[in-house]
Design a protein around this ligand. Structure first.
Ligand code: PEP
Ligand code: CO
Length: 464
């Protein structure tokens, strides 16, 4: 049977590329492992382990991202800034899934478009840091680089990069994937029962009423269609869910890079949709080299210092054949600089006729510290960057096709503002992140509602 043309991977890797060719380039944000033999041993072990995802799923996602590029789908990508090994528990995983399902329901209903659902999970274990070392009370130690690399505790032993953590991270990613697949197969995402997704602690959320009214309306519509057709609508029982993470720790990513039977090319089978972080997105850097040869759909984070020229060169390297679905650009500028920095990039890509999916990350440009010492993000700035992104794309004639968010299903207080108007003082109540502040359930749902309202406003014909 021939496969549809869009599901073909590129036939052969680009010139000079190998899963290990990144080693010839300058690799930023990598730990220094003290024992090279132990590292090689772990990489051999990783190579032999079963993959976490399949090439077929990876290509299906690419197909959906190609649809999103054409405005036929909207992408929702969300999850923790950093997963931690201790959070690989049924509650944390299912709560995160619930929030993403609820948000996607709001988006499908409001945008009248299918949603591509991508979690920042099952592998989001490595973090870039602003400095290689951290000093406290006169003691200097290597920085914590995520559970995939070392431990967060401030002592010399915990901070030594340990390659065995890659095997642990791989196993926890597999457990997370396995649990999510099992939940979905078991009807957790069944649209006949959206009440399964309600989070116990939510209680009297100011947004609950709007959400429940929408859910009741969907329930009525489903029952009406089933009565009309005289049978149950089975494809409402399940959804596609994909995984993504920042492919930062290159030895690990090389270790999960595979060839598969009956499919040309190399795949990263540790996740469906890897991305390059802002700090490691140099065109001649090791990360770009690794990414150029894999067949997965890939994304790059674009910060305010990227010039139109640099962006076009990155696109040349990562998607030379203008392959549909292959490349997404996640802009993360900040509420104050998006109006200046984004338009020249959109114009350059549009002028050159490059096929990309534009995604807005309204989180990472808006991180600040409060006077009581917490790293936070103000809901108003997140909202402002997202709303401006919709307006700027509409003015230039490009399309904002997705949102990239840091969120959790736990009852945390890490970002201020939102419907419950959390203040700097509230941060003390439940501040749990090890890296960046995340939206809690209500704030995340509010963002989904805001996307729907903003898109409707943009679609509405201008009053005369
Ligand atoms: C992140 O997504 O957690 C991150 C570090 O983002 P960025 O690369 O955009 O700074
Ligand atoms: Co982050």
């Amino acid at each position: 049977m021939t496969r549809p043309e869009t599901l073909q991977a590129v036939a052969s890797p680009p010139q000079g590329w190998m899963p290990a060719s990144w080693r010839q380039r300058h690799a930023l944000q990598q730990p220094t492992y003290p024992d090279a033999a132990a590292l090689e041993g772990v990489l051999n072990e990783l190579h032999a382990l079963p993959p976490l995802v399949t090439s077929r799923e990876v290509l299906n996602l690419k197909h959906q991202l190609a649809d999103a590029q054409e405005g036929k789908r909207f992408l929702l990508q969300g999850g923790d800034c950093a997963e931690i090994f201790g959070d690989c528990t049924p509650e944390v995983i299912s709560n995160r899934l619930k929030v993403l399902l609820q948000m996607s329901l709001v988006l499908v209903h409001g945008l009248r478009l299918p949603v591509v659902r991508v979690g920042r999970f099952a592998g989001q274990y490595a973090k870039p840091r602003s400095a290689d070392t951290e000093t406290k009370d006169g003691i200097t130690l290597p920085s914590y680089r995520g559970d995939l690399v070392n431990g967060p505790e401030f002592n010399a032993e915990a901070r030594i990069p340990d390659p065995r953590r890659m095997i642990k991270g791989h196993a926890r990613s597999a457990m997370t994937m396995n649990f999510i697949r099992a939940l979905i197969d078991d009807g957790f995402a069944d649209l006949h029962h959206p009440e399964y997704w309600n989070l116990a602690w939510v209680g009297h959320s100011p947004l609950a009423e709007e959400y429940q009214t929408m859910v009741a309306g969907i329930g009525d519509a489903v029952r009406f269609m089933e009565t009309l057709s005289g049978e149950s609508i089975h494809n409402l029982r399940s959804v596609d869910f994909y995984t993504s993470h920042e492919a930062l720790l290159l030895p690990y990513e090389e270790g999960v890079t595979r060839q598969v039977p009956r499919q040309a090319g190399w795949f990263n089978l540790g996740t469906h949709f890897p991305w390059i972080g802002m700090r490691t997105a140099a065109v001649d850097g090791a990360h770009t080299e690794y990414f150029r040869g894999i067949c997965n759909p890939v994304a790059i984070k674009i910060g305010p210092s990227v010039t139109p020229d640099q962006l076009l060169r990155l696109i040349d390297v990562l998607n030379p054949n203008d392959d549909p679905g292959r490349l997404s650009l996640i802009h993360r500028m900040s509420a104050t600089s998006i109006a200046d920095k984004l338009p020249p990039l959109l114009e350059a890509v549009k002028r050159d006729g490059r096929r990309v999916l534009w995604i807005c990350d309204p989180m990472h440009g808006n991180t600040e510290s409060t006077s009581n010492g917490y790293k936070t993000r103000r809901f108003e700035n997140i909202r402002s960057e997202l709303e401006q992104a919709f307006e700027i794309h509409a003015a230039i004639g490009t399309r904002l096709g997705g949102a990239h968010l840091e969120l959790t299903g736990e009852d945390v207080t890490e970002c201020t503002g939102g419907a419950r108007e959390l203040t700097d003082i509230d941060l003390e109540r439940a501040y749990r992140t090890t890296v960046d502040p995340r939206l809690n359930y209500e704030q995340a749902l509010e963002i989904a509602m805001l996307i729907v309202r903003k898109q409707a406003q943009i679609n509405a014909p201008t009053p005369i």
